[in-house]
Write a protein that binds this ligand. Sequence first.
Ligand code: ATP
Length: 357
Amino acid sequence: MAIARRRRIAVVPGDGIGIEVLTEQKQLLALVNEQRKLGLELVDKDWGAERWLKEKVGLPKGSLEDLSANYDAVTFGALGDPRVPDMAHGREILLGMRQGLDLYANMRPIRCLDDVLSPLKGKGEKEIDFVCFRENTEDLYVSLGGTFKEGSVDEVAQDISINTRKGVERILRYAFEYAKKTGRKKVTMTDKNNAVRFGGGLWKRTFALVQKDFPDIEADHLFVDVAAMEFVRQPERFDVVVGNNLFGDILTDLGAALMGGLGLAASANVHPGRIGLFEPVHGSAPDIVGKGIANPLAAFSTASLMLDFLDAPLEAKLIDDAVRLAVKKGPKTPDLGGKAKTADVTAFVLDAVSSGL
Ligand code: ATP
């Protein structure tokens, strides 16, 4: 197969098990690249706690411009280190990239890869299979607000939730477009417009408007509290789910639990036409760092999402199939109830990919 084009990827392992799982992911990407001649070019970036502690630099000056101009994707591990308790470096690096590159759509597939992993009675692979979109640039995460009389018994604290018509419309449209493109039939918008009047009202009105452009997709609505209940009670009713930054954050962790845990959940941060940022949903997991037991499968599924984004759908599927096989037949790390080491899981997946399955 000829090299279709250069695909330049910035590799940002970050901290903790982020570094461990990206080491494994790089082996997988190198193998697929060698086998299928994808033209992947991996460039390491040392952005994380270590550099922050030495130089007080999170995202070096000019990084966003460099990423936009010279890269096609970022693969990211995790940030979080006990030596930086306020996560100041994390805010600068990860939120800096999400906001600075305007990666407004955070996509998290929720799918159970094997019935035995499901925490729900009678619900497994067939029932748990949907995709969540979380608005990634607005709401309570914009750091607008402040405190008054801080530290006193009269302290007042305020965080302002920002919702713009442009921001809400583009994530809703993205969710519908995704449903259309992938043959999914229903988009469920989740908010709390019965209690949160203004932002909720904007979401409700914009949803009513956008759905008119997608007559073949069913437009569905649930208040977020009901959606949380339904994730557990009836996951099969979901196909594509879309919500604001905070609700999306909470619901997708619940979704990760439906899949069998954080060791399996992958995510993408995208804005059509721009560089994409791909990361496992889990954090740096300081409790298991250095033990060699971090589950690399979330990072492998993340690599699959990234290759799909980079127009390599066959290779994305190959990795996806290998992950599914690993979950069903391969060695399992302790988070999935096994005794295997990270390296054992990687060896199984590399072997599966090498053999073409
Ligand atoms: P951070 O502050 O960086 O988000 P955290 O420990 O608070 O880290 P996570 O890393 O997201 O949060 O995960 C919570 C727990 O889930 C971890 O402490 C770890 O025990 C487990 N966990 C998360 N990811 C994995 C993984 N890939 N493999 C094994 N266990 C994991």
